[in-house]
Design a protein around this ligand. Structure first.
Ligand code: BTN
Length: 280
């Protein structure tokens, strides 16, 4: 059962710390994002699923869906995103871009740059692993799941879902990812205020999203490259039909990763998992 902490202008938030709808909106510097409806749940299946439901019923661009925990948080490639209470930030934002469905993949780069710039503004130095995992010291601290609803020729809306490991200790991660994951607080060596992160993040999303809508994807990719952790490195590309190794040369203007194999052939990776090869 969904447990709604607060709806905009209808009930007062149950939580009195600054991580409440009122707290987030107070001092928010955005024009639109987070200024309209914010839905805040104590626990929910997935903020992306809920955002999709609400957006289907007309929720406007910039609306925010937040949860303290998720019972079935969704990750990329049909994976789960473990979402315990108190361990992280789980949020989804509604976007209604006037673009073709083929362009939506580019928004994952917009979101990755927004998230990386957010962490940098909070004095943490992140890297981006293609296409949009956020790492600190080589360990994943955040992931982005973008989901599109629309037809073959049009986009109704896009749900931008972000999961950020904030304060989970190593023991709290599933054993299978303990050597790959980290929390922002752990990496920063201090506790970062959740409200501050959301406020900075909403502003960064708005800024980079508006730049994208004005046609400046190339300049967003330039910033993405500055954060990229694997350009020039030897990588393994894991695809459903097998894997290959090569050098990650660059990202193309459509966001695909260009990998040169040992025979010199360039492969464009559109979807898949890419990992750095360990030096022998
Ligand atoms: C990834 O696999 O790297 C993407 C993870 C995205 C998780 C976030 S948490 C908030 C939003 N709701 C979901 O169910 N998933 C995304």
């Amino acid at each position: 059962m969904r447990n709604l902490i607060s709806e905009p202008q209808t009930r007062r938030p149950k939580y009195r710390d600054s991580f409440s709808i009122e707290g987030i909106q107070a001092g928010l510097k955005t024009r639109l994002f987070g200024k309209g409806p914010i839905y805040f749940y104590e626990t929910i299946e997935s903020t992306n699923v809920e955002a999709k439901r609400l957006a289907g019923a007309g929720l406007p661009e910039g609306a925010l869906i937040l949860a303290e925990s998720q019972s079935r948080g969704k990750g990329r490639m049909e994976r789960r995103w473990a979402s315990p209470k108190g361990g992280g930030l789980y949020l989804s934002v509604v976007l209604r871009p006037d673009i073709m469905p083929q362009e939506v993949q580019k928004l994952t780069f917009v979101a990755a740059v927004a998230l990386a710039c957010t962490l940098r503004e909070l004095d943490v130095q992140p890297q981006i692993k293609w296409p949009n995992d956020i790492l600190i010291n080589g360990r994943k601290v955040a992931g982005i799941l973008m989901e599109l609803t629309g037809g073959s020729e049009s986009v109704d809306f896009v749900i931008l879902g972000i999961g950020l490991n904030l304060s989970r200790s190593m023991k709290e991660f599933p054993r299978s990812i303990q050597d790959q994951a980290a929390s922002v607080n752990m990496a920063a060596g201090r506790s970062i205020d959740r409200r501050k992160i959301i406020q900075v993040l909403l502003l960064q999303i708005e800024v980079w999203y508006e730049l994208f809508l004005r046609g400046s994807f190339e300049s967003i990719l330039e910033v993405w490259r500055m954060f990229a952790d694997m350009l020039g490195a030897r990588v393994r590309v894991i695809l459903s039909e097998g894997s290959m190794e090569g050098t990650a040369e660059d990202v193309a203007s459509d966001g695909s990763l260009m990998v040169r194999d040992d025979k010199g052939t360039i492969h464009r990776v559109i979807v898949g998992d890419v990992v750095r090869c360990r030096p022998v």
